[in-house]
Structures are given as structure tokens and as C-alpha cells.
Design a binder for this molecule. Structure first.
Ligand code: ATP
Ligand code: MG
Length: 404
């Protein structure tokens, strides 16, 4: 017997009053995005639940994918049956037989919301419990904390049976808190920052600065693969590649080496902010962590941040590097992040960048540049790509098996 659907219980959003349907619709769309690699699946939401109909798809990889989606509190794979007593008896017997081992305890928890149905929940518990004993005489019924609670629900349209409840990722559905621009390098920190932003319902667009030919196509691809990993938590993400070569060369030629990092960062911040404005985002997110490197002292952050009044969210600002690495491993971005491709910031990096840049100096050096023109050209040259979730490996393996 195969599961017919996965029942999704909504998370924190159930407290959101009037916005509830907006939240649910967003979650539904995110689930659909994430499940694109499973083309047979259909999704329907109502006020209390979202139903993921498997239509013959193997449930395990679907559960694995859904476990990551923000805004889901819990998941239950369920069997859908006709509301027919002999059929129910047979199904319950088969399920319990497939789960049985010595010493297993169980209970039947029935619920009847269709009051036309011939048996009430007490009758059902008794009848179905008895049917289990018929086929498994040694099994033990236990009302408190049994190993298996077999839930049987009789609803208007059908009967449902389930016994597994899997914890979801929690958080808010991606997109329900508005949109922000994630400054995504190829490093370890910014993908983690992106993940944490997604967790609280922010839709992110990934802004990546590339300086070809100093940075390689591999570095760009790495940033895109990191973005693809982030799509697991809430669906498709727009990836924005910014041409940064002209600016980096200008800075290299015109500014004192000690200020190169600060100036570079200020350009990045200005450009990200202009893209944000154009694309109607509300915040900027980056992977800065206090004290980690020269550009992340408070003095540096202040000098860099001075180019905008837009809120900048720094989700990993107070985390230790080891904590960030641990999280990167959990969310599966670490392996990609440590691939050795040079970032645009490291290629011209001075040996001794300024850790306490003075804003007055920074502004003086910037007089040597056509700041507005450089920003405008970079923004005009962006390339936007929609990144979608990867095809699940198991599927590909099954596909290969099928072909062979
Ligand atoms: P990360 O691991 O995220 O690269 P980091 O510790 O290496 O961070 P920096 O290289 O100083 O720190 O970068 C600080 C932040 O600036 C990054 O977390 C990221 O948000 C942003 N950033 C750096 N380089 C780029 C880039 N090429 N494109 C987009 N954003 C960048
Ligand atoms: Mg970096």
C-alpha cells in the first residue's frame, strides 16, 4: 500500500490573523517550486492544511524536500481510502503487520468529522483495534505513549490513515516578510546569512559581484550553486551578476592601497542598494561577522554603511566562525564554499588593509572617481538568472535504472 499524500501542517503563520490566506498561498507556491523535480505531484491548500498529492511519486524524497521548507510545522504521510469499513479494516491490518516487531505497542486514534458515517470514533477504535489483534495476537495496546499511534480520520470526502509525524523546519514562508538583496560571495558566511534571512520569511535575491577575467567562470558558477542550495528552503531565487571589473581596476589605479578594501565595499554597497531600489527590495543582507577580518571592524562597517540609509541585516554578525561553519555544514553549503575559486575581493587585496578607515579620507579619495557613473554602468550591466531547485539525485538514479 502506498501513501497517497503528505499532509502539511502550517507553522507560526496560524497566528497571523487576517494575513493568514496570504501566508498560506505563499507557502503553497514555495512548496510547488521546491517540488518541481517531482512532476507528478499536485498541491492544494486550505485554511488548516496543505495537501501534497503524491500521484504515485515515492514519498521519501518528497518528505526530505519538504522538511527544509520554511513555514512548515509538521508533515504526515497519509493513506487516503474510500469510507468503507471492510476496506479500512484491511488497510489497518496491513499497515500494522508491516510495522510489527516483538514488544510493539499501539493505539488507534479515530476521529469522525463526517457525522453521516455509520460508526463513531469510539466504535471505530474498538473495531479497528480488534481487527489488529486478529492478525497480530501478540501486539500490545497501550493508551499512554504507545510506539505507534494510528490515526484514522473520517472526513466528508474520504478516510485518511497516518501514523508518522515528522517535524518541519519552522520559520516563516519565504516571501511573507518582503524582499531583500543578499550580497552573496562564494564564501562560507554569506550563504549562512541568506539561510537565516529566508528562515524569517524574507524573499532574497542574490547579488554577486564578478570581475572577469580576474575572477573565473568557476567562481561565478560556485555562487550560483550556493544560490541553488538556498532554493531548498523556499523556492526559486533570482541571481544577479554584477560586472565589477571596471570599478576594481579604477580603485586599484587611483586609490591608496590601504583604502582599497573600504572603497571596494562602499561601491558594492551602493550598487546593491541601487539594484534593491530598482527591484523593490526593502533591505540588504550580508555575511559580515564582527571582527572577522579588516573590513568587519565597527569602524569599517561604519565607513562602508555610510553610503546608504537602507537597513542592512547581518544575520551572522555575532556568530563565531566555528558556529557559522557548523551551520554551513548543516545546510549543505560548506562543501561548495570551500572550493578554491578566488573572490573579486581577494584578487587585489592589500597585505595590510585599514582596520579603522576615516570617513573623511574615504570621501576625499572618492573625489578621484566618477562614482555615480561607475555605479550606473555596473547596474546597467547586471545579468539576472532565475535559479531553481536541483533535480534530486535519487530521481536521476531511478531514471538511469529505468533506462538500463
Ligand atoms: P563570505 O564568507 O560571505 O565571503 P567573508 O568572511 O569572506 O564572507 P568578506 O569577504 O569580507 O567576508 O565579505 C563580507 C561580506 O561582503 C560577505 O559576507 C558578502 O555579504 C559581501 N561580499 C563579499 N564579496 C562579495 C561578492 N563578490 N559578491 C557579493 N557580495 C560579496
Ligand atoms: Mg569572502
Amino acid at each position: 500500500m502506498n501513501y497517497s499524500e503528505i499532509m502539511v501542517r502550517h507553522g507560526e503563520l496560524s497566528t497571523k490573523g487576517k494575513n493568514r490566506m496570504r501566508f498560506i498561498n505563499k507557502l503553497k507556491r514555495n512548496i510547488q517550486d521546491v517540488l518541481v523535480p517531482f512532476p507528478a505531484i499536485t498541491v492544494r491548500s486550505d485554511r488548516d492544511r496543505t495537501h501534497v498529492y503524491l500521484n504515485g511519486t515515492d514519498y521519501q524524497p518528497v518528505v526530505e524536500a519538504l522538511k527544509l521548507v520554511f513555514g512548515i510545522q509538521a508533515l504526515s504521510p497519509v493513506y487516503k481510502l474510500e469510507k468503507d469499513v471492510p476496506l479500512l479494516v484491511l488497510a489497518v491490518q496491513n499497515i500494522m503487520k508491516s510495522l510489527y516487531h516483538e514488544g510493539l505497542t499501539f493505539k488507534i486514534a479515530s476521529k469522525r468529522s463526517d457525522h453521516q458515517f455509520e460508526l463513531d470514533s469510539c466504535d471505530l477504535n474498538r473495531l479497528l483495534g480488534g481487527a489488529v489483534f486478529e492478525v497480530l495476537p501478540n501486539i500490545q495496546a497501550q493508551m499512554k505513549n504507545p510506539d505507534i499511534t494510528l490515526k484514522v480520520e473520517i472526513r466528508e470526502e474520504a478516510a485518511y490513515i497516518s501514523y508518522e509525524e515528522i517535524k518541519g523546519a519552522g520559520g516563516l514562508p519565504v516571501g511573507t516578510s518582503g524582499k531583500g538583496m543578499l550580497m552573496l560571495s562564494g564564501g562560507i558566511d554569506s550563504p549562512v546569512a541568506g539561510y537565516l534571512a529566508l528562515k524569517r520569511g524574507l524573499e532574497i535575491e542574490a547579488v554577486h559581484f564578478a570581475s572577469p577575467p580576474y575572477t573565473s567562470p568557476g567562481a561565478l558558477q560556485k555562487a550560483q550553486e550556493l544560490t541553488r542550495r538556498l532554493t531548498r528552503f523556499g523556492g526559486n531565487i533570482q541571481f544577479i551578476e554584477v560586472p565589477f571589473t571596471e570599478i576594481q581596476e579604477e580603485i586599484k589605479n587611483k586609490a591608496p592601497e590601504a583604502y582599497l578594501m573600504t572603497l571596494t565595499r562602499r561601491f558594492m554597497m551602493r550598487i546593491t542598494d541601487a539594484i534593491r531600489d530598482q527591484r523593490k527590495g526593502l533591505v540588504i543582507i550580508n555575511g559580515e561577522s564582527l571582527g572577522q577580518v579588516a573590513s568587519q571592524t565597527l569602524e569599517s562597517m561604519q565607513a562602508i554603511n555610510a553610503v546608504t540609509t537602507t537597513p542592512v541585516i547581518r544575520p551572522v554578525v555575532t556568530m563565531d566562525k566555528l558556529e557559522i561553519i557548523e551551520m554551513a555544514q548543516t545546510i549543505d553549503t560548506f562543501d561548495i564554499s570551500i572550493q578554491p575559486f578566488e573572490d573579486c575581493c581577494t584578487i587585489f587585496a592589500p597585505d595590510r588593509p585599514k582596520t579603522n578607515p576615516k570617513l573623511s579620507n574615504v570621501e576625499k579619495y572618492e573625489e578621484r572617481f566618477d562614482v555615480a557613473g561607475l555605479v550606473k554602468r555596473a547596474v546597467a550591466g547586471i545579468v539576472v538568472t532565475e535559479i531553481t531547485p536541483e533535480v534530486i539525485n535519487d530521481d536521476v538514479e531511478n531514471l538511469i535504472d529505468d533506462v538500463l
